[in-house]
Design a protein around this ligand. Structure first.
Ligand code: PHE
Length: 342
């Protein structure tokens, strides 16, 4: 090799070293490269060693060039080392975790009390062979009243404080509107419950809202008896509220005959008398009765062939009794301080 070729070789080594440094991102490979180019057995040292047979003039030239290359490589190495050090300390900082800090509390999901009691009710009735049906919240006067044996201008309409829409439709005042709709749509025997929202023109207080939930029940077959109604409703309040002491009182609803109200022993005073039960010891929970023959006729079912019973649970009331809530508005407030207590 002549001196030019050797100098070219040195330049190539230098360039190669620089390229390798440029591609390095971690300190271990940086050290590795450093060793290759400036260590004992490095390429540059090998070139120097092979110079013993060359003219002193050439040896001097090559020696200088090797030294310059070494200086440049050393500089690149030091620069890069510094840069990697800074970069690493930055990323270490961002990864630092203080294990003693309190954790972030994850909010636990739970159902609204109305939803959970409703789900429980649906499960209870479906286990007895009942099916869930639905009807529209905005009803015709036909299904809300007429077909339930409550003709226009009949004083019984006053029982339901009704909102009337401009178009003549009615936000349903009770889920009983689903009774005739169901009997028209399905052939008996029938076992259905119809949960849903109802609306009444009430002044709002602790136990009344203009919107509330009801669960209607309808049972129709050839042998349905009052004792079946009693048995089902008694086991319902036992299941939902854990109440064993109940009584049935006669009541008037135009679409049932006889009509009844199921009372439970007051859950607050256990029958002794308190402000909630107005000193009577009893709380009215489920209006009910045997389906009126005229309602069957409206629905196209022969009343001498079929019998049935119906009930309409004021659902929010049951939830209040179950959880001892004294103001209905709390259940609908959306206030998490209240809801998280359930
Ligand atoms: N629909 C009645 C009401 O809301 C309750 C009821 C339902 C009564 C079924 C008897 C039978 O007041």
């Amino acid at each position: 090799m002549n001196s030019d070729e050797i100098l070219k070789k040195i330049e190539n080594v230098l360039n190669k070293a620089k390229t390798e440094f440029n591609q390095t991102i971690d300190e271990t490979s940086l050290e590795e490269i450093y060793k290759n180019y400036l260590g004992k057995n490095s390429l540059l040292n090998n070139i120097l060693h092979s110079m013993s047979n060359y003219e002193p003039e050439i040896r001097k030239k090559v020696g200088m060039s090797v030294n310059n290359a070494k200086i440049e490589i050393e500089e690149s190495y030091q620069n890069l080392k510094e840069k990697l050090k800074v970069a690493n300390s930055k990323s270490n900082n961002s990864l630092k975790i203080d294990l003693t800090l309190p954790g972030i509390k994850i909010e636990q999901f739970h159902q609204h009390p109305i939803t959970s009691v409703l789900n429980d009710t649906v499960e209870f009735f479906t286990s007895m062979g009942f099916e869930v049906v639905e009807g529209p919240e905005i009803e015709t006067a036909h299904y809300n009243f007429d077909a339930l044996n409550i003709p226009d201008n009949h004083p019984a309409r006053d029982i339901w404080d009704t909102f009337y829409l401009k178009c003549g439709l009615i936000p349903r005042t009770h889920t009983s509107s689903v009774q005739v709709r169901t009997m028209e749509a399905k052939k008996p025997p029938l076992r259905v419950i119809a949960p849903g929202r109802c609306y009444r023109y009430e002044s709002v207080d602790a136990t009344h809202l203009f919107m509330f939930n009801q669960v209607e029940g309808l049972f129709v077959d050839k042998t349905a008896k009052l004792s079946d109604l009693k048995g089902i409703l008694e086991s319902t309040v036992k299941h939902l509220l854990g109440v064993k002491k109940t009584r049935f009182r006669p009541a008037f609803y135009p679409f049932v005959e006889p009509g009844l109200d199921l009372d439970i022993e007051c859950v607050f005073c256990h029958g002794k008398g308190c402000s909630v039960c107005k000193s009577s010891g009893w709380i009215e929970v489920i209006p009910c009765g045997m389906v009126h023959p005229r309602v069957f006729e409206y629905a196209g079912i022969n009343p001498s062939e079929y019998k049935g019973f119906a009930f309409g649970m004021g659902f929010d009331r049951l939830v209040m009794l179950k959880y001892n809530v004294n103001d209905l508005r709390l259940l609908y407030s959306g206030n998490l301080d209240v809801l998280n207590q359930f």
